[in-house]
Ligand binder design. Sequence first.
Ligand code: ADE
Length: 225
Amino acid sequence: MRIDIISCLPKLLHSPFEHSIMKRAQEKGLAEVVIHDLRDYSADKHQRIDDYQFGGGAGMVMSIEPIDRCISSLQSQRKYDAILYMTPDGVPFDQTKANSFSLLENIIILCGHYKGVDERVREHFITHEISIGDYVISGGELAASVVADAIIRLIPNVLNDETSALTDSFQDNLLAPPVYTRPSEYKGWKVPEVLLSGHQQKIDEWREEMALKRTEKRRSDLLNR
Ligand code: ADE
């Protein structure tokens, strides 16, 4: 899978893909993340990519032309299955969306900034408007990193132990159960006996029960989906 990320602050995007699972996914050739500096596509001699909004009001708007040039240049090289735009007024991102995006071959993610992009970009180029939650962050870069990470880790063979993606929180609309490691007792705080019992069926049942209890307590909305 190839993910092209378009940004006016590309430096913000490098680190998340240079470590750990994201790095290994690229080294194994399972994912390719290509970051594009929107300013490289500006026709303006000062490399401007934004302008004042029509009708007045505070805040700049990202112009359509550099975005069109960048997306069109990418589309002339390969076919894209989806063009995502990161924005707080988008559709909430969740594990179901991560699963379906992970099946695609090529996607573009456009990072919003300032007051956002000229609406015509959304109308004519974007296939999915995505929010990572009901709060506003300073730009789409961190949101794009979250979405790309969630997608890439679901690509088959990215995780060494395939089952570990399947037992993640949300994968079955349940939160993950608690986990423990050595020591089995610390400052008098003990690990639940069943996990030390060696009885796999009982351990599985306990984990299922804890996942359910945790979900009922914290996220009962998930149980009604
Ligand atoms: N840009 C700023 N806030 C955002 C959010 N919550 N989701 C996606 N992109 C954003």
